[in-house]
Design a protein around this ligand. Structure first.
Ligand code: FPP
Ligand code: MG
Ligand code: MG
Length: 378
């Protein structure tokens, strides 16, 4: 359906802001303690995809053209004033590191339709995401991330966990400085949601049974978990971006629905790539989900037509040969295709959600992000 449409590069639309992202994040993470400093900044070295900040910046630009709410505009002005006066490193940074000099490049990259508070929000989303990766790699005993040794492998579990906590602490300070209570509440909820999603995943299914039967409930549980683990951060930060811009209620809701559906599509694709790509291609271990005992969408769809998967799910693929057998059954089934179809469905819903936005380059960028989510290979 893409026909002869010129290719849109979402990154180009907010390139100026993206250029300063990693540098600004590293400034937010400065610590006077050299080994904490190193562990905290470790995942900012390798080039991540920066999907979440990219979406926040595109959403900020796209909603700048949408209708505004008068009271909200007041909060917006407050948020912008607060961020302008704190763009020099957070004062806590200079407390820890007296030699830190105030830097202001981040102010120089100002784009008229993206507010400083929205740029800071983009940085906060990446900080929260990176914190969750530090913790996730400990929980998953993962040995690689973004094509390099994982932080837990490099620094050990204790330091990796503490580095994640430090990122959350600094993200919270930056968030508080936005002086926007509703936005603070949204992002604080995201942090809780990440933990809730991870807990649901540890339990894997709602009920503990030896030989569970397939039921719609298994899929509902998986989707709820996926919302908490992945889509909550994307959707609530899209909502926060619209709020910071002073958008009206319909725009704020549309931004949220875009993020929610995109987030679900994103994780569904992630879960199918775990089956279809190699570790080399992904820059992180492939086939990891079954090894971790996790039944994700491809398996849940396969299970519907292959009841023998039930006992394997029940014992979390722990018995010798279970992982290989489950993998074979999934590959023989239409589980991958069904997962892709569901991801396409969510991507379409994401695009439909922002159809009320006036046409703009940034809106096209958001549409392209949904298309790219389906096409991505890593
Ligand atoms: C990656 O999933 C992990 C997440 C999206 C969230 C993990 C959340 C926690 C560990 C909760 C506590 C953390 C914080 C900071 C609140 P994955 O393991 O499926 O992906 P991967 O293949 O990239 O490792
Ligand atoms: Mg993991
Ligand atoms: Mg995990």
């Amino acid at each position: 359906t893409r026909g002869d449409m010129p290719t849109i590069d979402p990154l180009r639309i907010v390139a100026k802001e993206m250029k300063f992202l990693t540098g600004n994040i590293r400034k937010l993470l400065g610590s006077g303690h050299p080994s904490l400093d190193r562990a905290a900044k470790y995942y900012t070295q390798a080039e991540g995809k920066h999907v979440r900040p990219l979406i926040v910046l595109l959403m900020s630009r796209a909603t700048s053209l949408c209708p505004k709410t008068p009271q909200r505009q007041q909060a917006t002005l407050q948020a912008s004033a607060a961020i302008d006066s704190s763009l020099s490193p957070l004062s806590v940074l200079s407390d820890f590191n007296p030699s830190a000099t105030p830097e202001s490049e981040s102010v120089l990259s100002t784009d008229p339709d993206i507010l400083p508070s929205q740029r800071r929000l983009a940085e906060i989303t990446e900080l929260i995401h990176t914190a969750s990766l530090l913790h996730d790699d400990v929980i998953d005993h993962s040995e690689s991330r973004r094509g390099s040794p994982s932080a837990n492998l490099e620094f050990g579990n204790k330091m990796a966990v503490l580095a994640g906590d430090f990122l959350l602490g600094r993200a919270s300070v930056a968030l508080a400085r936005l002086r926007h209570a509703e936005v603070i509440e949204l992002l604080a909820t995201v942090i809780a949601n990440l933990v809730e999603g991870e807990f649901m995943q540890l339990k894997n299914t709602a009920r503990d049974e030896k030989n569970p039967q397939w039921s719609e409930e298994a899929l509902t549980y998986y989707l709820q978990k996926t919302y908490l683990k992945t889509a909550s951060l994307i959707s609530k930060s899209c909502r926060a971006a619209a709020l910071l811009g002073g958008s009206d209620a319909a725009t704020v809701d549309a931004a949220y629905m875009y993020g929610k559906n995109l987030g679900l599509a994103f994780q569904l694709v992630d879960d199918l790539l775990d089956y279809t790509r190699s570790g080399q291609e992904l820059g992180k271990p492939a086939g990891a989900d079954l090894e971790l005992g996790l039944a994700t969408a491809p398996l849940l769809f396969a299970w519907k037509t292959m009841p023998e998967l039930g006992s394997l799910v029940g014992r979390k693929f722990e018995k010798e040969g279970d992982v290989a057998r489950a993998r074979d059954l999934v590959m023989q089934s239409d589980g991958i295709e069904q997962t892709r179809a569901l991801a396409e469905d969510y991507a379409e819903r994401a695009i439909a959600a922002i159809s009320i936005f006036p046409d703009s380059e940034a809106k096209n960028g958001l549409v392209e992000m949904a298309v790219k989510t389906l096409e991505r290979k890593k």
